[in-house]
Write a protein that binds this ligand. Structure first.
Ligand code: FES
Length: 178
């Protein structure tokens, strides 16, 4: 993970997009690696999301069977924690910090700008499938807020202008590759 005080939009362009595919064997591997640990469900869900990019609906019955829990139990945990996604994200996963320190440094205004700029709310993906927007509650970059994470890069002191530059850099890069 990369952290920075000053936004360098082009640095984020180099990040690996969050994306992935899955099959039942992938899910079984992740469950088998962790299922014997106490409180295994949360680490398993994290592992699946890290590997696949989200927790597929089809993973639920596999996890339930291997952990000998009900599907409702698994669903309940997935929906309780906003961190878990049940659909593939866009090409870029954009997390905006909503915690106190960032809010004290202009985070609320930045949130409004981000949502207006992308025309999406939290947990939504832009129509062009470029960005999925999710809230996060502290990125460990509090002194340099407001902070966001784009894929694997944490960027601090984000102003609306810096955010626009970042979006331009990411979308321009995609266009050049097409
Ligand atoms: S409060 Fe935003 S990074 Fe900690």
């Amino acid at each position: 993970m990369h952290m920075s005080e000053t936004a360098d939009p082009k640095a984020a362009v180099m990040s690996t997009p969050v994306a992935g595919d899955w099959n039942p064997d992938v899910i079984r591997q992740e469950v088998a690696a962790l299922q014997h640990k106490p409180g295994a469900l949360l680490p398993i869900l994290h592992a699946i999301q890290d590997r696949v990019g989200y927790v597929p609906e089809g993973a639920v019955p596999i996890i339930a069977e291997m952990l000998q829990q009900t599907r409702a139990d698994i669903h309940g945990v997935i929906t309780f924690y906003h961190h878990f996604r049940t659909h593939p994200s866009g090409s870029n996963l954009l997390e905006v910090c909503r915690a106190e320190a960032c809010q004290a440094r202009g985070g609320r205004a930045l949130e409004r700008h981000v949502q207006e700029c992308l025309s999406v709310g939290y947990h939504d993906t832009t129509a062009d499938n470029e960005f999925t927007l999710v809230p996060v509650y502290c990125l460990g970059n509090c002194a340099c807020g407001p902070s966001i994470r784009v894929n694997n890069d944490i960027i601090g002191r984000v102003t609306p202008q810096k955010f626009d530059q970042l979006v331009d850099a990411l979308t321009t890069s995609v266009l050049q590759l097409k």
